[in-house]
Design a protein around this ligand. Sequence first.
Ligand code: HPA
Length: 270
Amino acid sequence: MKRKRLEAAADFLRRKAGGDLDAAIVLGSGFGGVLRERIDGGTVPYGKIEGMPEPTVPGHAGEAHIGTLHGRRVVAFSGRFHLYEGRATHDVIYPVAAAAHAGAKTVVLTNAAGGVNTGFHTGDLMLIADQLNLTGTSPLLGAALLPGQEQRFVDMVDAYSPGLRKLARHVAGEYGISLQEGVYAGLLGPTYETPAEARYLRRIGADAVGMSTVLETIAARALGREVIGFSLITNVHGAGAPTSHEEVIAAAAAAAENVARLIEGLVANL
Ligand code: HPA
């Protein structure tokens, strides 16, 4: 990862936000627009940000909302980069790395995920307590450390900040939003899991499964940032009947609003 590019991207983010960032938010599938109208600032296409890869997946718009949210300077990335698109790990983590270089101390990650915990239901929101990186790769591979990374070996205990999780539970309680909490398994994709894979994931301790997030968390921790993550459960493996697309879309729309309120409440209390 080129330090110069990252610095140029960070300078741009700072300029747009009016100073060092406080937080970065990554919006997963279905969450695209949720923070746009809440952030007092502007929206820029990824093309305007130095070094940013171009998104290819529909539903991942590829724009950054930059400004203030409850007095905190934030960037919300709408559109992310995935390994299943054939992306390099450094493309996947670029938005998080750029925001970290612009000063963001907190990284909020959101995603859509399948439930492998059979107690979960479509439309549930899960606070990520921990992760299983099953992608078979890491953004920290290579001779050089990431720009801004101080140590080769990165501790991953409490990768998802206990303090931020407590705050999230508190905010959710205040707003009457129910939250599951569990382990997110990040896989390569792009296939969804076979029933055998879903059973395997459950047995090794996963509650939800998806194709993003884990590398971003690793990068954020390597750069010394605090991470919090939310998974919207769009389908539950082993639930018997296939979930209807309409149901998933409706659940996503309802949950997206809750996610926006949660993030707003969190950011206000940073
Ligand atoms: N598996 C992997 N990724 C997903 C799923 C799933 O079931 N649902 C949404 N994203």
